[in-house]
Design a protein around this ligand. Structure first.
Ligand code: ADP
Ligand code: MG
Length: 240
């Protein structure tokens, strides 16, 4: 479903991604972990072309994302993205946040978009928050609205960049539970996370990055008990 081949990226003199190659089969969940500055956010942002790449290729559901001939807005509607900072539109209600893109980008009727939006919000435990504005919602609730907003476009894949890092500790579980449910539903996902227990539990594969490179790629069982690289051993000794 996602194929990343020999991707390089620089910011000025700074080589941020070096020959990154990885494959995410349909319905698989991959966690990207690694120290700060490793290039995790940059990598996940290249998957929906929020960041351009210098060379290499990224294909999502058969679409070569960085091909100049590709309609990027159409390609992006296949890819849901959830950020650390929820990025909801502050002047729209929860439901309006969720229905905006389906109406404007997908051309859904308002009633169809609202029906689907209410269904999604309800499934995420926000059945009583349709009309709430973001500043009336907790961080965990806002992040769940952001997840509903991404799902409302019926994406083929979901990308999460540290979805719980900006949350107060008591709200982490409700967001991880929502992501876990999505994983169980068969959604193909890439999750940048510092939640090691979560990564271990829901992921098919762990990608460990450092200095812009994929240093290690392994099953959670292997990675968390017996990582090959010294970099990963060091990292785990600090975070576990
Ligand atoms: P991570 O998410 O693993 O912490 P990032 O992908 O955010 O790492 O950053 C990787 C490197 O790229 C860092 O050295 C960072 O300073 C640099 N970087 C990230 N975004 C930009 C940008 N927009 N302009 C210049 N440098 C950037
Ligand atoms: Mg980051």
């Amino acid at each position: 479903m996602i194929s990343i081949k020999h991707v390089n990226k620089t910011f000025g003199m700074n080589q941020v991604l070096t020959d990154v190659t990885l494959e995410v089969p349909k319905s698989n969940v991959v966690a990207i972990i690694g120290p700060s500055g490793a290039g995790k956010s940059t990598l996940i942002r290249t998957i929906n072309a929020l960041e351009p790449i210098d060379n290499g290729e990224i294909v999502v559901d058969g679409i070569s994302i960085h091909d100049k001939k590709v309609n990027i807005n159409k390609a992006r509607s296949e890819i849901g993205f959830v950020f650390q900072s929820f990025n909801l539109y502050p002047f729209l209600t929860a439901l309006q946040n969720v229905t905006l893109a389906p109406i404007n980008v997908k051309g859904l009727s308002k009633s169809a978009a609202e029906e689907r939006g209410k269904e999604l919000l309800t499934s995420l435990g926000l059945g009583d928050k349709f009309d709430a504005y973001p500043n009336r919602l907790s961080g965990g609730q806002q992040q769940r609205v952001a997840i509903a907003r991404a799902l409302a476009m019926d994406p083929q894949v979901m990308l999460f960049d540290e979805p719980t890092s900006a949350l107060d500790p008591e709200m982490v579980t409700e967001v991880l539970d929502a992501i876990r449910k999505l994983a169980e539903s068969g959604m193909t996902m890439v999750v940048v996370t510092h939640e090691m227990g979560f990564a271990k539990e829901i992921c098919d594969e762990i990608i460990f990055m450092a200095d812009g490179k994929v240093v290690e790629q392994a099953t959670p069982a292997k990675f968390f008990t017996n990582p090959d690289s010294e970099r990963a051993q060091n990292f785990l000794s600090k975070v576990l």
